[in-house]
Design a protein around this ligand. Structure first.
Ligand code: NAP
Ligand code: HSE
Length: 417
């Protein structure tokens, strides 16, 4: 019976969880997979860091120690960043090693290329943990739902921002305090601006869209807006990632959006994530669970490790590689349709509402709801909710409104889900 040897790249939040989970599962592995498993080497940046419960003889700061070790069968990359992760993964695949990674930064830029290299060398490249932490979503998209024409993948895919928004809205925590707590809990990226600015969610949207629609969508294709204005609203606001396969092309975006409190996504709180998928055969399916953190993410990595070992034992690694066999266009941001919620301060006198409505009309923005509140004798606050309109029509309308002397300010603009 073989002992499968793992080279672990990174021993931070996720790597530490993987190490502990491999230990915890050790006695079950032969029954589960047909082989034993062992972590043979661990790459870290700083070998002098104190690491409780870790066999220090396994540590190295030289990645070639792992790639050149002929006995290592699986490389588990949980260090993050583009380089040196890209070089190490490429070299590992070329050396005939299977790879499991949680690295969405890398996959959102060159996942397809890496899958091609894996296919050429008949090895597995698995990445369940890269999207939505502990929630199984990549395997469902690539395997369980493979018999569908998937048209939409939408959800909350960043645990840090969801945690921050929950704490700000429910407990009145400051943004800074909530971010510090999310970082302490291991949810945030090494550079948390990736979470706050929506980049992390954008990477996940690109990875999900590519697998769901069988067509390459990279990070630069995703239109992203951050959560910095979210606290101005009273209703539930969530950072939503959307990937749609429409007749005129793929829409890939990340926006903070206003949700009715009855919407199922409104109740996704703290570090939980949720993803909806619509397929022509399955109809709607929803995945829900912990989107970040040590053990939820290690759970996804461990599932991949077990799958790879099963493939190794059965001599069938490299079964599922690049599934991008289409070349669909990705829509420009300006052409994507959304419903908008606008709050503006205007002069309170006859004809003002009619003038505003005519600007929207001229720019093909259809109004769904209007609410007006008198602030003072001279001023009123008008809240307008539109139907789904193209981004550039909305922008043109806003620019014209801001040029009108009767409009003092457009204080907030947000999309409605
Ligand atoms: P982390 O806590 O910052 O840990 C990174 C680890 O990698 C550390 O052990 C670090 O070494 C090592 N490392 C980084 N750069 C290195 C280099 N150039 N050479 C050698 N070692 C290096 O990160 P994390 O939160 O575990 O995240 C790891 C990956 O998983 C990232 O791709 C992240 O996006 C992804 N991910 C994270 C979560 C989560 O909830 N945290 C969830 C899903 C996916 P030292 O210990 O010596 O500093
Ligand atoms: N920083 C990421 C998040 C980790 O908060 O969702 C999980 O990918």
């Amino acid at each position: 019976m073989k002992t499968v040897k793992i080279g672990l790249l990174g021993l931070g939040t996720v790597g530490g969880g993987v190490y502990k989970l491999v230990e915890r599962q050790k006695s079950e592995m032969v029954s589960k997979t047909g082989a034993d498993v062992e972590i043979a080497k661990i790459l870290v940046h700083n070998r002098n860091k104190k690491r409780e419960g870790i066999d220090e003889s396994l540590l190295t700061d030289q990645w070639k120690d792992i790639i050149e070790d002929k006995e290592i069968d699986i490389v588990v990359e949980v260090m993050g960043g583009i380089e040196p992760a890209k070089t190490i993964i490429t070299e590992a695949l070329k050396a005939g090693k299977n790879v499991v990674t949680a690295n969405k930064d890398l996959l959102a830029v060159c996942g397809e290329d890496l899958l091609e290299i894996a296919a050429a060398h008949h090895v597995d490249l698995m990445f369940e943990a890269a999207v939505a932490g502990g929630i199984p979503i990549m395997r469902p998209l690539r395997q369980c739902l493979a018999g569908n024409e998937i048209t939409e993948v939408t959800g909350i895919v960043n645990g840090t921002t969801n945690y921050i928004l929950t704490k700000m809205f429910e407990l009145g925590m400051s943004f800074e305090e909530a971010l510090a707590k999310a970082t302490e809990l291991g949810y945030a990226e090494a550079d948390p601006t990736a979470d706050i600015e929506g980049l992390d969610a954008g990477r996940k949207v690109a990875i999900m869209a590519t697998s769901a629609f069988h067509s390459k969508v990279v990070f630069d294709d995703v239109h992203i807006e951050d959560i910095k204005y979210a606290k101005e609203f009273d209703s539930v606001i969530k950072l939503i990632g959307i990937a749609r396969n429409t007749e005129s092309g793929i829409e890939a975006c990340v926006y903070p959006m206003l949700l009715s409190s009855e919407h199922p996504l409104a109740s996704v709180r703290n570090s939980f994530n949720a993803v909806f998928v619509h397929g022509d055969a399955v109809d709607d399916v929803m995945f829900y669970g912990r989107g970040a953190g040590e053990f939820p993410t290690a759970s996804a990595v461990m599932g991949d490790i077990i799958d790879v070992i099963r493939d190794m034992v059965n001599g069938c690694t490299g079964r599922i590689s690049n599934t991008c066999y289409r070349e669909l266009p990705v829509k420009k941001c300006r052409d994507i349709r959304s419903k908008f919620f606008l709050r503006m301060q205007v002069e309170n006198r006859p004809g003002v509402l009619a003038s505003i409505a005519s600007v929207f009309g001229e720019h093909k923005v259809s109004i769904n709801k209007v609410v007006q509140k008198i602030i003072t004798d001279g001023m009123a606050e008008v809240v307008i909710v539109t139907d789904a309109v193209k981004e550039y029509h909305m922008q043109d309308a806003q620019e014209e409104l801001l040029r009108m002397p009767i409009v003092k300010e457009i204080s907030s603009v947000i999309r409605e889900y």
